[in-house]
Design a protein around this ligand. Structure first.
Ligand code: DHB
Length: 304
């Protein structure tokens, strides 16, 4: 009932693991696969190892979390060893892999993309981390020229579908969505974390996060994610993967009505546990059965 084909790839369901959560190791990825995810997005990896920001890197707030991990990762060459270890298991469980990558410019992005390509079905470009600094992340995704350069260079470098993950922290998400599609993006993931935001400890009288500020995720950002997906759907013709505050199957239905063909879940795992993927799929099936609808009937259904 939830099977779907996007980018010419068959997914057993459209509920995927978002980048940055449970993607550090092969065994963490395998655990998410066993809990029913239709696809898994890796931790964002770059060309070199990166230690990330100082602790604390995560703080809970009303309606979600602020995080500033600082893109910690072992570097793509070491990380592919993790993917190699679980490749066969993931095939057996029928869970697809999306390689999330970052870089400081189009050359670095392309290099990482070429190295990870044999291990994944799709590449997701993280051009939207709100606090990476040093020219990484949202500095690219907030700039149409830089976004165009990164997407087109990676498209030239690899032969698998490439999706751009966009930041909501822009004046007009439609403009950037059109730009990445013109550059050749096969799809768009929206949204990355909102903000950044800050929490100050009134005892120490200093910001709590080691990085001082971080990106907001969780249910509070869901209405913003829905509006972004709705807007993107109205201007481009490529598949959209919705992400931002999903905890239930009913949230997924809402994203699909806005125009998403698939979704990603991250922070929701904290609220409902690792088996959130199975729970969400069960809720979606109940809804569709009750209303006598098919997935393809509802995508974009909220538009005029
Ligand atoms: C990080 C990266 C992101 O893209 C994001 O939205 C939040 C945090 C990180 O690794 O710090």
């Amino acid at each position: 009932m939830l099977k779907t084909c996007i980018f010419g790839i068959d997914f057993k369901n459209p509920v995927f693991l978002a980048a940055g959560v449970m993607g550090e190791t092969g065994s963490a990825l395998k655990r998410m696969a066993k809990n029913g995810a239709g696809a898994l997005c890796t931790k964002s990896v770059g060309i070199e190892r990166r230690e990330g920001h100082h602790n604390p890197t995560v703080v809970e707030v009303n309606g979600g979390f602020l995080n500033a991990m600082g893109l910690p990762n072992p570097g793509v060459r070491e990380y592919i060893g993790e993917l190699e270890r679980v490749k066969d298991d993931l095939k057996r469980i029928d869970t697809k892999l999306i390689g999330s990558i970052y870089g400081k410019d189009q050359k670095e992005f392309s290099e990482v993309a070429e190295i990870i390509e044999p291990y994944v079905e799709l590449i997701e470009l993280n051009i939207s981390c709100p606090h990476a600094g040093g020219g990484y992340g949202a500095q690219i995704g907030q700039n149409p020229d830089l976004s165009y350069k990164v997407v087109s260079a990676v498209k030239d470098a690899v032969n698998i579908p490439v999706i751009a993950k966009l930041t909501p922290n822009v004046v007009d998400i439609k403009e950037i969505a059109k730009t990445v599609v013109e550059a050749g993006a096969d799809g768009i993931t929206a949204i990355n974390t909102l903000g950044p935001g800050m929490v100050i400890d009134i005892e120490t009288q200093k910001p709590i996060l080691g990085n001082r500020f971080g990106g907001m995720s969780g249910p509070a950002i869901k209405p913003i994610a829905i509006k972004n997906v709705y807007d993107i759907y109205s201007v481009v013709d490529v598949p959209i993967i919705g992400v931002g505050g999903i905890t239930t199957g009913y949230d997924v239905i809402e994203f699909m009505l806005a125009g998403a063909q698939a979704v990603q879940v991250g922070t929701g795992i904290y609220y409902r546990g690792y088996d959130i993927f199975n729970k969400i799929c069960d809720e979606m099936k109940l809804f569709l059965k009750d209303k006598n609808l098919k997935l393809k009937d509802i995508i974009g259904g909220a538009h005029e």
